[in-house]
Ligand binder design. Structure first.
Ligand SMILES: *[C@@H]1O[C@H](CO)[C@@H](O)[C@H](O)[C@H]1NC(C)=O
Ligand SMILES: *[C@@H]1O[C@H](CO)[C@@H](O)[C@H](O)[C@H]1NC(C)=O
Length: 284
């Protein structure tokens, strides 16, 4: 009798792991630059990007999406990663593009990464928010997600919302909803600004710097086709509640917890920078 519960949980764990490792990343992602600095390993289960003095590297999704809930697990550059930036973002193609950004700013060994976020609409960003994380993002893989639907954009870390950008078009604030975006990621050198505002430089004796990615998931997303229409895959669950999902009260509590304890910078409170008035979305 006493042995039954542990056995049951072992079986369950095996099933979950089998499901999670099913993805061959090559189906969904393509390497875009950096030559063999970008690699698919373990039969396509893991993708690594690296950076050396010659170049960084990057990949993008094969599909473009018009709305989606997109997840990926990332393990950031360990050790002395100062000066390096791993960008992980959705971006559209037009000259006045839309973009939703996570950028992971490296640091000296033992010093904290910063998660730099921004949202561009019609080619204009200037909406930076920065956060520390509540764990070491180089010790293991963690899940970084975008929820993008017609009502809202939410960025999540391990399922915890860190930032929300609501659709406030009715108040005259542009919201990305007409142009499909592609997931992109790159690892590059930004030691002119990334670590302590550019004061700490990349230590090239530590190169190559490597970040690893796995478990890309866009099962709940609307895939854009060349014919200019989009079809929403509902995955195996046939559950499209993500398309109207918003933060519930537990989610809002979590968001407040992150903003109270881990936020480093918020453009909405930078009245020095916006001396002629904070952006409209900060107050409506
Ligand atoms: C790096 O570490 C320093 C010292 O702890 C900290 O002030 C800074 O915010 C950290 N992150 C970056 C990206 O500079
Ligand atoms: C659909 O998914 C959401 C979470 O994304 C969940 O809360 C809801 O209960 C699900 N609905 C059905 C019918 O499975």
């Amino acid at each position: 009798m006493a042995a039954a519960p542990p056995l049951y949980s072992v079986v369950l764990l095996v099933c979950l792991m089998g499901f999670a490792s099913a993805g061959d990343l090559n189906k969904d992602l393509e390497i875009t630059w950096g030559g063999d600095r970008a690699k698919l390993l373990n039969a396509g289960n893991t993708l690594t990007l690296s950076l050396d003095k010659g170049s960084g590297s990057g990949f993008r999704s094969r599909n473009q999406y018009l709305f989606g809930k997109i997840n990926m697990q990332i393990k950031l550059v360990p050790g002395n990663s100062a000066g390096t930036v791993a960008a992980y973002y959705l971006r559209s193609d037009e000259s006045k593009w839309d973009e939703i950004d996570f950028e992971f700013l490296g640091n000296l060994s033992g010093e904290p990464y910063i998660v730099h976020t921004n949202i561009f609409t019609q080619g204009k960003g200037d909406r930076e928010q920065q956060f520390y994380l509540w764990f070491d993002p180089t010790a293991d893989f963690h899940t970084y997600s975008f929820l993008w639907n017609p009502q809202t954009i939410i960025l999540y870390v391990d399922g915890t919302p860190i930032r929300e950008f609501k659709n406030k078009e009715s108040k005259g604030i542009p919201f990305p909803k007409s142009h499909p975006m592609r997931l992109q990621s790159s690892l590059w050198n930004a030691d002119d600004w990334a670590t302590r505002g550019g004061r700490v430089k990349t230590d090239w004796t530590q190169a190559p710097f490597t970040a690893a990615y796995r478990n890309f998931n866009a099962d709940r997303a609307c895939i854009w086709s060349a014919l200019g229409s989009s079809s929403c895959s509902k995955g195996s669950s046939k559950n499209d509640s993500w398309l109207s999902q918003q933060l519930d009260s537990a989610g809002r509590q979590r968001l407040k917890w992150v903003q109270r304890n881990y936020m480093v910078y918020n453009y909405c409170t930078d009245s020095k920078r916006f001396s002629h008035g904070l952006p409209l979305e900060c107050s409506v």
